[in-house]
Write a protein that binds this ligand. Structure first.
Ligand SMILES: Cc1cc2nc3c(=O)[nH]c(=O)nc-3n(C[C@H](O)[C@H](O)[C@H](O)COP(=O)(O)OP(=O)(O)OC[C@H]3O[C@@H](n4cnc5c(N)ncnc54)[C@H](O)[C@@H]3O)c2cc1C
Length: 442
């Protein structure tokens, strides 16, 4: 069987792979996009679909003053020395261009979410599809990828051979030769051996990501001379419902919500971020916490797809007073009452928080709402070391010629545990690096 010469082969049709394929195809390159699990979910589809693009045209139109530099400052303040400086600036500068590309060249329904606040971001800067959420965002990319004349799609498993010049990619019915190969098969969250080895604290923990992030594509880069970095970094989820199907979303603490255990007692300053919260929640009796908020906060969550799905799944309890809420949830009523009294005092500036939380934003009042949550591993941040354009680096300071990576296959923005993960880092890196790669292909 003859092999066809193409410009780029992409392994994995998730957030990074579809962004890379679409951006390259829009430049006139001929792209093969391969994903044998195309009919199953991936992390893009289960995600909240929120990505930061500081300094975007949509932010400016909404009157929000922001810039890539502001986001970089937030990233550095949040993650400190664990921030992946090899890619941070390049990704930050790429994201406003990604927004323009999605709107003007792909005609994608992108919106700026002016009401989505998050711990660690000093500005509202999340963007998503319309309606917001990973499911619809993924669907919009999928439709565009399947219909793009410059992209040919295959749902067969591919065997890849590295040759002296480029790569030979074979499925049972086709062969392609390419000078450029993009690894975009996701991270290793669904691979228990890799999780045990690299993130021992999350061995056996609930995983609420997609099943095909199993390191199979990432491992190809290792085989050809790439190396790994930031392997203990991950996105934790401290707001996941037991079972992992739905979650509350990240915004409730930033809007004034609190978390208590079965004794009705707070156990952590809730403003450390949704990722860092996961291990604290898992350490509580039964590995769960009750997230408590109120109707005022719920009114601000209309644009939050994860929260709306949780309500539809009947995961949110409502009560007019504390004893009714405590009885509904099965927590100690005296503990809960004392906690709410104390939080209300602090929120009004009458006392300091014993756990060191800086701000409660809002005084919680009846009617109260609450939901039981647990901690989960959502996706892994460690991966192949790349430069800021997504080239896979070899140890000797060279790159593995023709090999590119983004998304879960590439080292993410934030390393070291769950604490360094600033919300939005996952899609920011996936889109930003993939975009940079597409602009750099010759
Ligand atoms: C619950 C949850 C919520 C999240 N929320 C957010 C959020 O709101 N904002 C944010 O920034 N990030 C979020 N993330 C993280 C974000 O989803 C990921 O960072 C992003 O999807 C990674 O993109 P990816 O392309 O590497 O992986 P994916 O999107 O998972 O795509 C990988 C693709 O590779 C395919 N594949 C696997 N093996 C092979 C193979 N052998 N050959 C070819 N293809 C293969 C898979 O089928 C899949 O389609 C969330 C993650 C989870 C799990």
């Amino acid at each position: 069987m003859l092999s066809q010469q193409v410009d780029l082969v992409v392994l994995g049709a998730g957030a990074a792979g579809m962004m890379g394929a679409l951006a390259a195809a829009e430049r006139g390159l001929q792209v093969i996009l391969i994903d044998p699990h195309f009919e199953q979910s991936n992390n893009f589809a289960v995600s909240g679909g929120l990505f930061p693009a500081a300094g975007s045209s949509l932010q400016a139109k909404a009157g929000v003053l922001d810039s890539p530099g502001n986001w970089l400052a937030d990233l550095r303040a949040f993650a400190g020395s664990s921030l992946n400086e090899r890619i941070a600036e390049s990704v930050a500068n790429a994201l406003p261009e990604v927004v323009n590309f999605l709107i003007h060249e792909l005609d994608a329904p992108i919106q700026f979410l002016s009401d989505v606040v998050s711990t660690g971001h000093t500005q509202c800067r999340f963007h998503s599809s319309t309606p917001s959420g990973g499911k619809s965002f993924h669907q919009s990319f999928r439709t565009r990828s399947l219909n793009h004349p410059g992209i040919e799609f295959s749902s067969r498993f591919a065997n890849v051979e590295k040759m002296a010049q480029g790569f030979l990619v074979s499925t049972p019915d086709r062969h392609w030769q390419t000078r450029h190969l993009m690894l975009a098969g996701g991270g290793f969250g669904s691979n228990p051996q890799w999780v045990s080895q690299h993130i021992p604290s999350m061995r056996g923990a609930l995983y609420n990501g997609a099943p095909n992030n199993d390191a199979s594509v990432l491992a190809l880069g290792l085989q050809w001379g790439g190396y790994l970095s930031g392997m203990d970094g991950f996105q934790g989820q401290g707001h996941t419902h037991p079972g992992g199907v739905t979650r509350l979303g990240m915004a409730i603490p930033a809007m004034g919500g609190i978390m208590v255990n079965r004794m009705g007692e707070r156990f952590v300053r809730e403003d450390i971020g949704p990722s860092a919260l996961a291990p604290y929640v898992m350490a509580q009796p039964g590995g769960v916490a009750l997230e408590v908020f109120d109707a005022h906060i719920e009114n601000g969550l209309t644009n939050h797809s994860a929260y709306q799905e949780a309500v539809q799944a009947h995961r949110v309890m409502r009560a007019d007073d504390v004893p009714t809420l405590a009885a509904l949830a099965g927590v100690d009523v005296h503990g809960l009452q004392a906690t709410l009294d104390s939080v209300q005092q602090t929120a009004q500036g009458l006392s300091r928080d014993a756990l060191g939380r800086d701000s409660f934003t809002h005084v919680l009042r009846s009617p109260y709402l609450a939901s039981w949550v647990t901690g989960a591993l959502s996706h892994t941040q460690g991966g192949l070391v790349t430069d800021g354009d997504g080239r896979v680096c070899a140890r000797e300071g060279q790159w593995v010629h023709g090999l590119w990576a983004a998304g879960g296959c590439a080292a993410g923005l934030s390393g070291q545990g769950a604490e360094g993960y600033l919300p939005g880092n996952g899609l920011a890196q996936s889109f930003g690096l993939a975009w940079r790669m597409a602009q750099s292909l010759d």
